[in-house]
Write a new protein. Structure first.
Length: 165
């Protein structure tokens, strides 16, 4: 987000040189690559047509050469940064990437259960975390890789007793 904010901030004249333009485009290209890898790691069917379209559009923008003219390079960088931002926001809204700061722990981390909750269904008693883990109030968790386990915290019972997992 720092790179995107730097490019899109209209109060700052970025880039100042041709090399700055190439460096910023390289950073945007790396961000796009990371988002693409995140989308590929997602279960089939979870990547919407909108995300797939944004991945293609953004890839074309960050993959094309930076114009030699500094004014045109700024316009090109602005378009690429806007596309990467749209992609990041769209993937974040779909729960495909973490947009929290600091970033949520991945599903493989010991503190995976501290990730932000992105979906909660009270009727059925489950929550989906930003890292893709599904927490069930009564039976534990299911990680994106298929690993499952018991609840990671004590569960309150109706009669006031606390049952530990």
């Amino acid at each position: 987000m720092e790179t995107i904010a730097l490019v899109l901030d209209e109060t700052i004249v970025v880039p100042a040189t041709d090399q700055d333009a190439r460096d910023l485009m390289l950073r945007l290209c790396v961000h796009h690559q990371q988002l693409s890898e995140g989308a590929r790691a997602t279960a089939p069917g979870e990547v919407s047509g909108r995300v797939a379209g944004l991945l293609r559009t953004t890839g074309e923008l960050v993959g094309s050469p930076v114009p030699d003219d500094l004014s045109k390079a700024r316009d090109h960088l602005h378009s690429a940064a806007s596309a990467v931002k749209d992609l990041l926001v769209t993937m974040g809204a779909a729960g495909l990437v973490c947009v929290h700061h600091p970033e949520c722990p991945p599903a493989a981390a010991p503190d995976f259960h501290t990730a932000h909750q992105v979906l909660r269904c009270l009727a059925t008693g489950y929550s989906r975390l930003c890292n893709g883990v599904v927490l069930f109030e009564d039976t534990g968790y299911l990680k994106p890789n298929g690993e499952f386990g018991p609840p990671s915290r004590p569960l309150p019972r109706v009669d006031g007793e606390v049952l530990s997992a």
